[in-house]
Design a protein around this ligand. Sequence first.
Ligand code: ZN
Length: 317
Amino acid sequence: MQAGHLHTAKIDALMHDEKKESPAVTESLRGYQSEVEQLLEIASRKYDEVRFCFFSDHGMCTVENVVDLMPAVAELDLEYGVDYVGIYDSTMMRFWFLRDGSEAKIRAALPDCDHGRWVTDDQHRSYGTYWPDGRFGDAVYALEPGVLLNPSHMGNVPLDGMHGYRPDHEDSYSSLIANFEPETPVERITDFYTLMREMATWAQSADAQRRLCCDACRRRTRGGRHHGAGRVVVPHALCPTGSPFCAIGLGRDGDRRSRDEQASTRARLSHGGRLHHCDRPASPGCDRRRPRDAISLLLSLSGPQRGIAQTARQEGG
Ligand SMILES: [Zn+2]
C-alpha cells in the first residue's frame, strides 16, 4: 500500500447540531488525534517514511438569526416554473428569470439588508463562481453569515450551525495540517486536489528517487535522515515542540492568500515542525541507493476550522 485516504462527515453533522463551539466537537477532534497518533506509530514501524496530511472542506458558522423569505417571493403575482424558477438553499436563494419583468419584482421583494444581499458580478468573479451562462442561477441572493433560511428546499428544521456563506468570511475558513512541507502552493480549497496528487505521486516515486542514509550519517544527525541538499528530516520524537504535525497554513474556501503570507507562515512554523536544515555534508556511504518503503496518508474531515494538533495546543494553553 502506498497511499490511503479516509474522509468522514461526522464532525460536520455534529457542528450542524451543536455549533462549532461545543465541547463535543473538541472531544471528537481529540478522538481523531488519538487514532491518528496510533496510525502514524504503526505506519512508522512499517514504512521508512510516512507523509500525513489532514484537511477539511469548509468551516462552520454559528446560526444567530433564522429568516423565512420564501413567502416574500411566493406571494408575488408570478408563477413558479413559468415566470421564474427559484432554488432555496439554507444560505442562498438562486433564481432563473424566465419572463421579462420577473427579475425586477423578485429583486424588489428581497432588498439588500442586514440579513442578505444580491451577489454582484464582481463578487462572483472574486469567489470563482461567475458563470455567464447562468448554469447555477441568473442571480443569487446570499444570506449574511449566521443568518439561516428556514424553511428552505434543504428542510424545515433550523440548525445551530451552517456553512455555505461567502468565502471571505472567517467562518468559511477550512484547515490544513501536514507533517511535511508540500510543494503545492495552497491558496484556496481547490488546491487540495493538487496536493492530494502530489502526495500520491510522491509515495509512488519515493522508492526510486530517495536515498537511505548510512548508520554513521544517522548517528551524526541524531537519528535524522539526509535527503540531499543538506536537508534532514528529524523524527517526531526529536521535534522541539513534541508535535508530530507541522502546520503549514490555512486554506480558505475561496479567498486567495498572497504567496508572501504563505511563505512567512511556513517559515515561522517550520521551526516547530519536523523539517530542519543540516549544513553538514552527507557521509560517503550516503550516496548508495537502496529501495525504500514510503506511504502517504490523508485524513479529510468535513467541517472543522481547527485541526487535531491545533486542538492539543489549545488545551495545553
Ligand atoms: Zn454540512
